[in-house]
Design a protein around this ligand. Structure first.
Ligand code: UDX
Length: 440
């Protein structure tokens, strides 16, 4: 199959590269000449484990190319994927679809032969209808079908999520288009990945419902964690106790500082907006959004409490800034609210992150950046684990105790064992465990 991928950002680049790896011929297109130049020179503009090698391999095999010019790639393609950004619109939180519609207009000018235009970007229900309207208006004679094919890729695990998906969702209104999509994903369902062919609006809503459900699951366990702290229970054991029930499932029950990233915050807001517009508000999701927002700010108060109630003039060391490990993405990271809360209370903040510091600098210009975890902890009044990078799992706590001004550890990801750390003489605060678990 010949595929044109419009948009070579995170989703476009990962999807295009994996399609090429299946054996399809893929052209990744982007408006940004600097990005295309970098990709052509073998430099990958994002951090995603395994992607650089996979891109290099497929470029070498001649299956993957990059260009700024849409015309030829679209004219030759069996399927054109739209994988451009859909940021939250300032003010109302609704997804900004101007990039999607602009791409549709441009694609329409180059269509030739039967072509399936696929929305890969996460788009609100009804966007496929509008894309189809634009295509038919701009190119009335084109033989074209519009399909929705949402992605379910986690940053940091995107390649394995793409190649070993739990399911593939295809929303098509036309059997010929569905057949093209089945052909594109054939290498996957040979691996027995269920492929769900459904209506276009259903596929669009499925993506939002999946992300909102996962965000709800996280928010639920986060509230249970707060309750655990008050009543002397342990949230990790509660999560295990409920997660072993197959009807609930063990995943996404890890309590933490609140969800962040490029998808959950944006997609939950967009779903809330769609539902309000449709006259059937999703109150549960509205609550999830607001509970998660206040949770991120509450984490700063938790750190301040662990420091005895005041942090003015004190140095707080943060380990991890990205919204989760194995990414350099700072979008909606809880660290942003945590730093703001600490600075408002008069603290000095110093941080270390294995991959995220470059992206963090413009967002957090007035904190200190350290060279490693120990440099970060030197002279600090508290050490806070914000993101659970592997590099922070086996720290030398004897060494940390010797270099810190105060032996205070706040673990917002429940990575450390309270007993081990408290034995070394640290005051240790985690999530959903009794506050300041000091063990003799
Ligand atoms: C998510 C979805 O998983 C993916 O299917 C979708 O298409 C895009 O959004 P991503 O944002 O990359 O992927 O990361 P994910 O691993 O899902 O984590 C999202 C956020 O939830 C992170 O801030 C993470 O720390 C938090 N989280 C996740 C928890 O706090 N607890 C959990 O148990 C799981």
């Amino acid at each position: 199959m010949k595929i044109a991928m419009v948009g070579s950002g995170y989703v476009g680049l990962v999807s295009g590269t994996c399609f090429a790896d299946f054996g399809h011929s893929v052209v990744c297109i982007d408006k940004d000449p600097a990005k295309i130049e970098a990709l052509n020179a073998g430099r990958i503009p994002i951090y995603e484990p395994g992607l650089e090698a996979l891109v290099a391999d497929n470029v070498r095999q001649g299956r993957l190319t990059f260009t700024t010019a849409m015309r030829d790639a679209v004219a030759q393609a069996d399927a054109v994927f739209i994988a451009v950004g859909t940021p939250s619109r300032r003010g109302d939180g609704f997804a900004d679809l101007s990039f999607v519609y602009a791409a549709a207009r441009e694609i329409a000018q180059s269509l030739s032969g039967f072509t399936v235009v696929v929305t890969k970007s996460t788009v609100p229900v009804g966007t496929g209808d509008e894309v189809e309207r634009i295509l038919r208006e701009t190119a009335p004679d084109a033989e074209v079908a519009v399909v929705s094919n949402p992605e379910f890729l986690r940053e940091g695990a995107a390649i394995s999520d793409f190649k070993r998906p739990d399911r593939i969702v295809i929303g098509a209104e036309d059997e010929r288009a569905a057949e093209v999509m089945r052909e594109i994903y054939r290498p996957l369902y040979l691996n027995a990945a269920p492929i769900l062919v459904t209506g276009r609006r259903t596929a669009e809503l499925t993506k939002y419902a999946a992300n909102a459900f996962l965000a709800t699951k996280i928010t639920f366990i986060n509230e249970i964690a707060d309750l655990c702290e008050r009543v002397g229970a342990n949230v990790q054991e509660v999560a295990r106790g409920i997660g072993l029930d197959n009807r609930i499932g063990a995943k996404f029950l890890h309590a933490g500082p609140g969800y962040g990233g490029s998808c959950f915050p944006k997609d939950t807001l967009a779903l809330v907006k769609t539902a309000q517009d449709a006259g059937t508000p999703v109150r549960l999701v509205e609550t999830v959004v607001s509970v998660n927002e206040s949770r991120k700010r509450a984490m700063a108060r938790k750190i301040i409490a662990a420091c005895g109630g005041q942090v003015r003039g004190r140095t707080i060391a943060l380990l991890g800034l990205t919204f989760k490990p194995n990414t350099d993405d700072m979008r909606d990271a809880p660290s942003l609210s945590i730093v703001a809360g600490l600075q408002d209370a008069g603290a000095r903040v110093r941080a270390y992150d294995p991959e995220g510091m470059e992206q963090a600098r413009p967002l957090l210009p007035d904190i200190g950046y350290a060279a490693d975890p120990y440099d970060c902890a030197e002279g600090a009044d508290a050490l806070v684990l914000v993101t659970e990078w592997d590099a922070f799992r086996a720290l030398d706590f004897d060494r940390l105790k010797a270099i810190m001004a105060e032996p205070v550890v706040v673990d917002l990801r429940n990575v450390y064992w309270s007993r081990d750390i408290a034995k070394l003489g640290f005051s240790y605060t985690a999530i959903g465990q009794k506050m300041n678990a000091l063990v003799e």
